[in-house]
Design a protein around this ligand. Structure first.
Ligand code: ZN
Length: 230
C-alpha cells in the first residue's frame, strides 16, 4: 500500500446520532438517512414475508427479497463508511477518536441506533487499518473523559450542562459553545498530549480557529435574534 504524503493536520472525531461525526476542524460527516429508511423497509417486507404460506414458492421469493434488501443496505453503508474514513485519513496526519465501547454503553437499544453503533465500530476499524496502511497516526482516548462538560478554552467544568443542551455559554470566559464541537476540541487537546508527532501547533491552531468560529457564530446568532425582535 502506498503511503500518502504527510501533512500537518490533526483531527478529533466525535461520533453522534444526529450527525454521524463532528470533527474538531469544524467539518462534519452527515448521517445517511438510510438508517431510518432502511428500518422501515426491512419491517415492511418482513411483514409481507410472514404472511406467505410456509413451503410456498411465494415465500421462497419473499425470503430472497429480504436477503437482497439486507445486502443492499450493507453495501450502501459500507460505501459510505469507506468513502468517509478515507477522506479523514487523506486530510489528516493524526486522527483522534474516543473508545467507542464506553460510548456504546450509554446508547439505548432501538434498531436504528444499534445499526448506527455497528457503523461506528466499523468506521473506527476502517480508520485504524487505513491509518496503518497510509502511514497516519491513530490515537484512541481510552479513558472516559468528561470532554463535553469542560470548556475547551478556559477549562471550566459546567456541571449543570444536561444532555439536551446543544449550545451553551461558558460562565467563566463567556465563550459560546456548540456542545459537540467543544467536545472535539477537548479531545483534540488530550489526544495530542499523547501524540508522537509535534502536537502543540495543531492544538493551538485548532483553538484559535474554534474561538474565531465561536465568536462569529455568537455574533450571527445575536444579529438573528435582534432581527426577529427577540
Ligand atoms: Zn470557559
Amino acid at each position: 500500500m502506498n503511503k500518502l504524503s504527510s501533512n500537518k493536520n490533526a483531527v478529533a472525531l466525535d461520533m453522534g446520532l444526529m450527525t454521524f461525526a463532528k470533527l474538531s476542524n469544524g467539518e462534519e460527516i452527515k448521517n445517511l438517512r438510510f438508517y431510518k429508511k432502511a428500518e422501515k423497509r426491512v419491517k415492511k417486507i418482513q411483514k409481507k414475508l410472514s404472511k406467505k404460506q410456509k413451503g410456498s414458492n411465494n415465500r421462497k421469493k419473499a425470503i430472497i427479497k429480504v436477503a437482497k434488501v439486507h445486502e443492499k443496505i450493507k453495501n450502501k453503508r459500507n460505501d459510505f463508511l469507506h468513502k468517509e474514513s478515507l477522506k479523514v485519513i487523506r486530510d489528516n496526519q493524526t486522527i483522534i477518536m474516543e473508545d467507542l465501547k464506553v460510548k456504546n454503553m450509554i446508547r439505548n437499544k432501538k434498531l436504528s441506533k444499534s445499526i448506527q453503533d455497528a457503523s461506528w465500530s466499523e468506521f473506527n476499524r476502517m480508520i485504524k487499518y487505513k491509518a496503518r496502511w497510509y502511514g497516519r497516526e491513530y490515537i484512541e482516548l481510552d479513558a472516559f473523559y468528561p470532554s463535553t462538560k469542560k470548556c475547551s478554552i478556559c477549562g471550566y467544568k459546567n456541571q449543570k450542562l444536561d444532555i439536551h443542551t446543544r449550545k451553551w455559554i461558558c460562565p467563566k470566559c463567556r465563550t459560546f459553545h456548540d456542545r459537540d464541537y467543544n467536545a472535539t476540541i477537548n479531545q483534540l487537546k488530550i489526544g495530542l498530549g499523547q501524540s508522537k508527532l509535534t502536537p502543540v501547533d495543531y492544538a493551538m491552531a485548532a483553538e484559535q480557529k474554534y474561538i474565531f468560529w465561536s465568536t462569529s457564530y455568537h455574533k450571527r446568532k445575536q444579529e438573528a435574534c435582534h432581527f426577529n425582535g427577540e
